[in-house]
Structure formats: C-alpha cells, structure tokens
Design a protein around this ligand. Structure first.
Ligand code: ARG
Length: 461
C-alpha cells in the first residue's frame, strides 16, 4: 500500500503504476536522499519535534539502508514509486512508529529538490575535474609538438599558418569557460530547499539553517514556493553541458579532419579507432564521430528541460519528475565522452612534416605581403588589391608567389622590394604574428607555460 493511500479506496491501476514510477532511474539519488534525511531528522531532534531516541534509531537505520543499497542488497519496489518512498517505507517497516517520524516538516517536493541539488553538486565536481584532465591532455600534446605548424582554416579553406599548439590552446580556452560555467552553476544551485514543505513552509519550528549547515549548503532558500517549483539550476546545467559538448564536437570535427587521408596531420591510436566490417584497410575515428553525435543528444536534453518547465504553474507539478532522465543522460554522456577523449588526444601521433608540407603553400603568406606593404606606409585596401593582382598574375603566368622575381612582382606591386620575396615561409609568417594572443612561438610558448602552471593545481570548483 502506498504511504499516501489514506484517502484512497483502491490501489493504482497497473499501467498507472508503470507510468508513475521513477525508482527505475531515481534510485541513483539514494545516497543524497539519505544524507538529506539524516540532516533533517537530526534537526527534528535538536528542535524537539521528534524524540532524540527515535531520531538516533532513524539515523542508524538510514545508514544501514545506505550500506545495503551500496552492496546491491536492497530490493527496490516499483509500487513504491520513487527513491524517497522506497527508503521511507523500509524505515517504517524496520522501526515501526519511530521510523514514521522522519517525514515531519517535509514533503517529497522539497525532498526531491534537495536530493537533486546534492547530487548535482557531486556530479559537477566530477565533470569539472574531467574537463581539467582534457585541458591537460591538450596542453601536453601542444607542448610535445610546440614547433609544428599547420594551415589554419577559415571556411574550411587554408588561410594562414598557425602553430598546432595554438590551435589546441584555443580549445583549452573554451574548456576553461566551460569549467567556469560549471562552477557558476554550482554556486547558484548550492542552496537549501528542504523545509519548504509541499509549498508553503511548515507549522513546525524547523531550524532550516541547521540543515543547510549540515549539508554544506551556502544558504537557505528564501521562498518556499520557489524552493519546490524551480528547476532552472537543472536547465542551467543542461545548457552548460550542451555548450561543453558543442566544444567537444568541434574538436572532434578537427580531429576527424586531421586524421583524414586528405590531411594526415595526426594518427589516432588504434585503441581509439575501429575498423570496417567490409573494407580491410579502414581505420575510422569513431570516438570523435560519436562525440560529435552525442553532442546532439545533450542539446536535446537542454531543449527537453526548457520545454518541460516552460508551461508549469507554481509550485510542484508531477511533470517535473521528467527532469531526471534527460539530466542523468546528459551527465553520463558528458562523463563518458570526456573519459575517452583525454586519452585519445594523449595517445595521438602528430605528423609535423605533413602539417609543414600543407603550410608551405605560399598563398597562405599573401596577407604577410599585404601587411609588409602597410608597414611601408601603403593604405591596407591598396595593399590588399595589389597583392590580389599579384596572385592573379602569378596564376595566369604559371609562376609561384614565392618563386617570381622582383621584376615580375613589380608588374603588379611597383613598391615591392627584395625583402618581399623572403616573406613566403610558414615559419617566418608564424614568428611575425607576435601580438598578444597571436600565433608566434613567443606568444604560444608563453601560453603553454601559463596553462601548465594553471592546470597543475586542480583545485575544487
Ligand atoms: N518522484 C517525484 C519526482 O521526481 C518526487 C516528488 C513527488 N511529489 C509528489 N507530490 N508526487 O518529482
């Protein structure tokens, strides 16, 4: 019989029970549910709402239940709907009336909101340290290949030469913002809903601050209706994870390109690739492809959560039970992807000679020539035009931009001097982009050193 069955004359229909149950997925909240109940009952005893002896046996029993669930010795009953009822029913089964004290001053509405916040705090810590590990892997790969130069792209067209490490560090920066977003989300969600009751607070003299302190929440939520009605913290995390996955998806896209025969800039370790069932020669970058695919799934979670919440009047509505599966799925997906991605990057073999061959195309240095002319006082637009004409002249006359003579160059750029013919190496091009944030080795090596130091101390979020 359900714990709420007092005013009902029959048990729920079977299909209703199937639709109603959440124990199949919310059982993962058990440790956090028990932590919340322990803090709650200690407070009930401290405030004299429940006799100390009952509270003590409740705490002991809750810890026992936790140990049983840890050990896989606890049988969850779908008829008891959710994790809260499964644990409370077991408590009452074991302790009788003593156990029945636990639910004083709370409802499942503030209970579940508390559980999710506690659970997400831990998951955010976990994901954050995995993000850090991927950052470290990228910095290591960049440091080990700190002179490799490849063509940087715009519109997927070779554009200008850049250091490979510079490219990797762009992702380190994105991941740093992901890390910081996760931190912000954790700060915002770290407040206590428990004590809000079903929606309006309690007639009992609850000490909510004590519970907040015991559970490590930074503050008690000010508004009981907000406490049970809000899931914007879950939406926020969904957004943070969707953005993180979009970054991993873009990195995957780069990795797939780099590992393609068309580029050949890197080779992924066999452990992170799969073969073809038909073509014996194939080695496919499936982990990167799956990461790109799973980014779609996590974007879907964000949309689900936004859609779930947008039409709900205050306060709790049962629809909100549907927040968990998408959220859990996003968390599991992100953790899995990050766990595979860092070692995949660490074990990649870089082919600097392949990168160098592609970056040697003198066309990539056309901007360098235009900027050289600007350095001589020519307006940029004029310089851009002259160099454009030079490119066309070389194409029409079958001459390389870097092999034309000075006389030939002067056909279209009368201001050209001998130094212009020296501009066409990738190494020189990269070295001369020495502005803050530019791709010059002086800049990039400084950034590598900065990140190595920054990532050394993997402090808590
Ligand atoms: N399993 C429910 C959920 O996840 C717990 C809260 C149920 N509250 C209620 N009044 N039925 O949202």
């Amino acid at each position: 019989m359900a714990l709420w069955s007092g005013r009902f004359s029959s048990d729920p229909d079977e299909v209703v029970a199937a639709l109603s149950e959440s124990i199949s997925f919310d059982q993962r909240l058990y440790a956090h549910d028990i932590a919340g109940s322990v803090a709650h009952v200690k407070m009930l005893a401290a405030t004299g709402i429940v006799p100390m002896a009952d509270a003590e046996s409740i705490v002991a029993e809750l810890l026992q239940i936790r140990a049983q669930i840890d050990a896989g010795d606890f049988e969850f009953d779908p008829a008891l709907e959710d994790i809260h009822m499964n644990i409370e029913s077991r408590l009452i089964e074991r302790l009788g009336d003593s156990g029945a004290h636990i639910h004083a001053g709370r409802s499942r509405n503030d209970q579940v909101a508390t559980d999710i916040r506690l659970y997400l705090r831990d998951e955010i810590n976990d994901i954050s340290s995995r993000v850090r590990d991927l950052q470290k892997a990228l910095v290591e790969l960049g440091s080990a290949n700190d002179s490799a130069i490849l063509p940087g792209l715009t519109h997927l067209q070779n554009a200008q030469p850049v250091l490979f490490a510079h490219h990797l560090l762009a992702y380190v920066e994105m991941l740093e913002r992901d890390h910081s977003r996760l931190h912000d989300c954790r700060v915002r969600l770290n407040e206590l809903p428990l004590g809000a009751g079903a929606l309006a607070g309690s007639t009992l003299p609850l000490d909510r601050q004590q519970v907040a302190d015991e559970l490590g929440f930074d503050r008690v939520m000010r508004n009981s209706m907000d406490a049970v009605a809000s899931r914007d913290f879950a939406i926020e995390l969904g957004a943070d994870l969707a953005i993180l996955m979009s970054h991993l998806s873009r990195l995957s896209e780069d990795v797939i390109l780099w590992a393609s025969q068309a580029c050949g800039y890197i080779e992924l370790d066999d452990a992170f690739c799969t073969g073809s069932s038909l073509m014996p020669q194939k080695k496919n970058p499936d982990i990167a492809e799956l990461t790109r695919g799973k980014a779609a799934r996590v974007s879907g979670v964000l949309v689900s959560l936004l859609t779930l919440m947008k039409g709900l009047p205050l306060c709790y509505n049962r629809d909100m039970q549907e927040d968990k599966e998408p959220l859990f799925d996003a968390i599991d997906t992100v953790k899995l992807v990050l766990t595979a991605f860092a070692p995949m990057m660490r074990s990649a073999t870089v082919k600097p000679e392949k990168m160098a061959a592609a970056a040697a195309d003198p066309g990539l240095m056309a901007t360098d020539l235009a900027e050289w002319l600007v350095g001589q006082g020519m307006p940029f637009r004029t310089a851009h035009h002259r160099v454009g004409q030079y490119v066309a002249w070389c194409r029409d006359n079958g001459v390389g931009l870097d092999t034309a003579s000075l006389e030939q160059m002067r056909e279209t750029i009368p201001e050209a001097q001998a130094a212009c013919l020296e501009l066409f190496t990738a190494a020189r091009s990269v070295e001369s982009r020495d502005t803050i944030g530019g791709t010059a080795p002086a800049q990039v090596h400084g950034q590598l050193a900065f990140w190595r130091k920054e990532l050394e101390s993997d402090g808590p979020v």
